[in-house]
Structures are given as structure tokens and as C-alpha cells.
Design a protein around this ligand. Sequence first.
Ligand code: GRF
Length: 189
Amino acid sequence: MKKIAIFASGTGSNFEAIVQAVQDDVLHANIALLVCDKPNAPVIEKAKRAGIPAFVASPKEYPSKADYESHVNEQLQSLGVELIVLAGYMRLIGPTLLSVYPNKIINIHPSLLPAFPGKDAIGQAMEAGVKVTGVTIHYVDEGMDTGPIIEQKAITIDQGDTLADVEAKIHALEHELYPEVIERLITDK
Ligand code: GRF
């Protein structure tokens, strides 16, 4: 079974959905490690409950981003991780990890890229008044939400929808789509 690492910085609802898909036997992956850059993030507790090892380290405690990523990479190599799945990891990946995992790092973003990259993509879409937004899964490069697109799906923003309504639609879609796409990638379908 392919070994994957999930990188997350916050709540971890996508982390949970991926764990659930493995438990339900619809995603055939071994989640070898959670990498978390925020020592108080709720996702850490979720990993503990699921019995998934976590590597938690604050990048600011390292002399440079390259040092931080080298340390992360040591953990990934010791476990034989083949695919990195970013799920709400609020940090750009640098050349240290990108060179070890070319086209093996993927991200999920809550908009139809290239529209609304960066932070608060759902708020940006509401602000712009668009009627359709969605979710993008893409390969990661050195840019912010710029790598080649693997999959996109849309949702509608309906009359009277609040930010919370749109967030709920986006998250439901993310939780369904991300495990599906990971399964497709690791089984080379
Ligand atoms: C998701 O909306 C994802 O698209 C974005 O960050 C959010 C993470 O949410 N990159 P969660 O931590 O998985 O709940």
C-alpha cells in the first residue's frame, strides 16, 4: 500500500475525511504521518485519536525554511512516504521538498483556480458576487495555488446563501473529492 503524509495547519476536517476513507476501505493508502507546523492545531488531536503518528514542529524554530524542510524530509524518508497531501497547510512548499517530491505533492483549494488564490478564497468569491465557485485539487509548485490542475468541481452560490452556507457546501465537496482523487493518483487510474 502506498504511503502518504498529510500536511495540515488547522482544523483538519479534510484530514479526517481522508482517514475515514481509509477506514471505509475506499482509499487504499497507508497514512504514515501527519506533518503539522502549528503546535496547537486541532488536527493533532484528530491524528492522535486515529492512531496516526504526528510530526509537529514550528518552522520559526529552525534557522531557515530549508533546515525545517530537511528535517521534515528526514521523517518522510525514514517512513518511505511517496505522496504528500496538503490539507489546509498554510505555508508554501520550498525547493528542498519540491526537489525530493517532484509532482508528488498535491493541494486542495476552496475555489475554481486560477480564480481566488491565496487566503480566504470563499470570502473572496462571495465578495466578488460570483454565482459559481468550487474546489480545485492541483499539483504543488513553488507558487501560491499555481500548479497544474488535477481536478475541479463546482458548487453554486444561491440567492440568500451566507458565508457559512457556502463554506458548508465547499467542505462537503472537498471531503468527497479529495479521497477520490488520492485513490486515483495512487492506483495510477
Ligand atoms: C480547506 O478549505 C482547504 O481547501 C484549504 O484549507 C481548508 C482546510 O480545512 N486549503 P480543514 O483544516 O481540512 O478543515
